[in-house]
Design a protein around this ligand. Structure first.
Ligand code: SAM
Ligand code: DTB
Ligand code: SF4
Length: 352
């Protein structure tokens, strides 16, 4: 099967229109050709700079324009971040994602974030950051600091986008993605469903992702977390099967990518999450908090992995080679990377 970038919207719509079980069956079949079955990549998120963001993203509790009761926080100190990263590693995460509520980082912020990246990388974790728009030079500086992934989402279709965000354009986002690629980092790019968009907008989002010059290595599919005070707080529920379809179609379109069952897991049953894994999701955020909202606690996720026979995925050795724990990564993909990661799979408590 060749990797295609020329999918049309009509072809993608036709995938969405298939009977659910046919769609999931095909997605799982393709998944098994490109990935180790029953293996899920585990990332932990930390908000390193919270709230007071000038942007107007209608879904976001961190925009200064909405009263969501969130306490804004300046950029965290290095020691705080490294302690949280070490705790995430001890709990079994292999990638640490740092999120900041910036429109785009200022030079002084970027230098501080680069130091955080260097330190987290030094712990033997894969690194990811999401800081808003980047210039090409900023992307190079982050790459040089040891950043493996940059997360920057397209969020929705180009048509629905302007109903959600007015303070930056779709093209701005594409420009940042290009800068990230040019700097040699891996791209984490996906979107949010359940924002009141139409089925054609979910098609449009996935079309925008699959027609990028290179498929993102990581594709987070977020289910909107409805936060009181944001314009989308009262958005109607999305049929959970439509969410599963979005995962399955992402898997079929971008077979080599990791598809992340991202925000929204707190409100999902174990059975729905299992269906998402069957549809080809093979990455999650692990830890009680996403950025500012809740996520299943680690005990629930350990139990879920144990019940489903899922094992955390080992990170590629090259991505942690500069860290102190590179020797931990000798285990092949499909087995637990570290004793820390192993306890996610067994449901056993984390080491103290
Ligand atoms: N400020 C930076 C930016 O917007 O690029 C980085 C942080 S921002 C919170 C990262 C992503 O989180 C957004 O692009 C969006 O896809 C996702 N996100 C934010 N709020 C969300 C919510 N309430 N539900 C689901 N996803 C959300
Ligand atoms: C992504 O696609 N989802 C994450 C991560 N990238 C940065 C963020 C989800 C945020 C959910 C709302 C919150 O916790 O503030
Ligand atoms: Fe700011 Fe990012 Fe939230 Fe938009 S999604 S308001 S840019 S923190």
């Amino acid at each position: 099967m060749t990797i295609r970038h020329d999918w049309t919207r009509a072809e993608i719509q036709a995938l969405f229109d298939r009977p659910l079980l046919d769609l999931v069956f095909e997605a799982q079949g393709l998944h098994r050709r490109y990935h180790t079955p029953n293996t899920v990549q585990v990332s932990t998120l930390l908000s390193i700079k919270t709230g007071a963001c000038p942007e107007d993203c209608a879904y976001c509790p961190q925009s200064v324009r909405y009263d969501t009761g969130l306490d804004a926080e300046d950029l965290l100190e290095l020691q705080t971040v490294t302690a949280r990263a070490q705790a995430a590693k001890d709990a079994g995460a292999t990638r640490f994602c740092m999120g900041a509520a910036y429109r785009s980082p200022k030079a002084k912020d970027l230098a501080k974030v680069a130091a955080l990246v260097r330190a987290v990388k030094g712990l033997g974790l894969e690194t990811c950051a999401t800081l808003g728009m980047l210039t090409p030079d900023q992307a190079v500086a982050l790459k040089e600091a040891g950043l493996d992934y940059y997360n920057h989402n397209l969020d929705t279709s180009p048509e629905y986008y302007e109903k959600i965000i007015t303070t930056r354009t779709y093209q701005d986002r594409l420009d940042t993605l290009e800068a990230v690629r040019a700097a040699g980092m891996k791209v984490c790019c996906g979107g949010i469903v359940g924002m009141g968009e139409g089925a054609e907008d979910r098609v449009g989002l996935l079309h925008a992702l699959v027609t990028l010059p290179e498929h993102p290595e990581s594709v987070p599919i977020n289910l909107l977390v409805r936060v009181e005070g944001t314009p989308l707080a009262d958005t109607a529920d999305l049929d959970p099967f439509e969410f599963v379809r979005a995962i399955a179609v992402a898997r079929i379109l971008m077979p080599r990518s990791h598809v992340r069952l991202s925000a929204g897991r707190s409100g999902m049953s174990d059975e729905l999450q299992a269906l998402c894994f069957l549809a080809g999701a093979n990455s999650i955020f692990y830890g009680e908090k996403l950025l500012t909202t809740g996520n299943p606690d680690t005990a629930r996720d350990r139990a879920l992995f144990a019940r489903l026979g899922i094992t955390p995925e080992a990170p590629p050795a090259a991505d942690v080679a500069h860290g102190t724990a590179a020797q931990d990564t000798a285990a092949p993909i499909g087995t637990a990377a570290t004793p820390d990661a192993a306890h996610i799979a067994t449901g056993a408590p984390a080491a103290a």
